[in-house]
Design a protein around this ligand. Structure first.
Ligand code: SF4
Ligand code: SF4
Length: 266
């Protein structure tokens, strides 16, 4: 079946939110209350159990180098965020029931009929993607339209994006396309353009992402972690530290016993 994923080129996004709507419509997700945050024109806020795509509006008093217009130096960075379908997925590694699986498309899928709502996956996702629904407590997130992939269809968000900001396909091919796009932008003077999470070399803490991004500012500006790490990668280091700690305590205890004997003899 091959490794399927998304390449999201944020420089092409116009913030129309067609991807959010298409995702909700196909997956029958409820609205989020249409609340404005007061911090942005964005009315979804963040990814959650009922928002599997979220288009961030990053309003900055900084012009893009190619768009400086003098008095109105300002830019909006639009970015459609989603589950990254990580190569090393913290959610999958933390799930104690086997509800989260890797599919034949190399995507990460939560089986709703197996999830018991324990929430371990929520804490283990370094991107804050997976979320529990208030009504049933179970964990939900983007499935990369698993049901559509099975029918050889494009995921709803990519299908409906009018600017091709969201591109779907084989991950290897997407990576090559993304690299060409970065070079093209550099040639046009947008030297800040780079890929976030394109492969393991680029993001060792997750082994690379099957849904990666082209950004033009620091990851934090887009509410993405600069150095995400799957919690289990820290497991070995934690056990080694604990071992050294235990050894140190044993040496101190032994020293205290020997010293005590000397004092009694003396
Ligand atoms: S982004 Fe989070 S929820 Fe998505 S696969 Fe990675 S760890 Fe799991
Ligand atoms: S549909 Fe495409 S252009 Fe519109 S908000 Fe989503 S990613 Fe941006």
């Amino acid at each position: 079946m091959g490794q399927k994923g998304f390449f999201t080129d944020t420089t092409l996004c116009i913030g129309c939110k067609a991807c959010e709507v298409a995702c909700k419509q196909w997956n029958q997700l409820p609205d989020d209350g249409f609340q404005l945050t007061g911090m942005s024109y964005d009315n979804t806020g963040h990814l959650g159990s009922s928002s599997w795509r979220h288009v961030a509006f990053v309003e900055r008093p900084v012009p893009l180098p190619t768009q400086t217009v003098g008095l109105l130096d300002f830019s909006w960075l639009m970015a459609s965020d989603v589950c990254k379908h990580c190569q090393r997925a913290g959610c999958l590694e933390a799930c104690p029931t086997g509800a989260i699986i890797r599919t034949e498309f190399d995507t990460v899928y939560v089986q709703p009929d197996v999830c018991n709502g324990c929430g371990y996956c929520v804490a283990a996702c370094p991107f804050g993607v997976v979320d529990r629904r208030e009504d049933d407590g179970r964990a939900w997130k983007c499935t990369l339209c698993y049901d559509r992939l099975g029918e050889d269809m494009t995921p709803a968000c990519a299908k409906h994006c009018p600017t091709a900001s969201i591109q779907f396909g084989d991950v290897d091919e997407l990576r090559e396309r993304a690299q060409r796009r970065v070079e093209q932008l550099h040639e046009k003077g947008l030297e800040q353009a780079y890929l976030y999470g394109a492969d393991a070399e680029n993001q060792p803490g997750t082994g690379g992402l099957n849904a990666f991004f082209l950004l033009v500012d620091k990851p934090e500006v887009y509410n993405l972690p600069p150095d995400p790490v799957v919690p289990t990668m820290k497991g070995r280091e934690a056990w080694v530290s604990a071992g050294w700690g235990a050894l140190g305590m044993a040496v101190v205890a032994l020293g205290a016993v020997l010293l005590g004997r000397e004092v009694v003899r003396g």
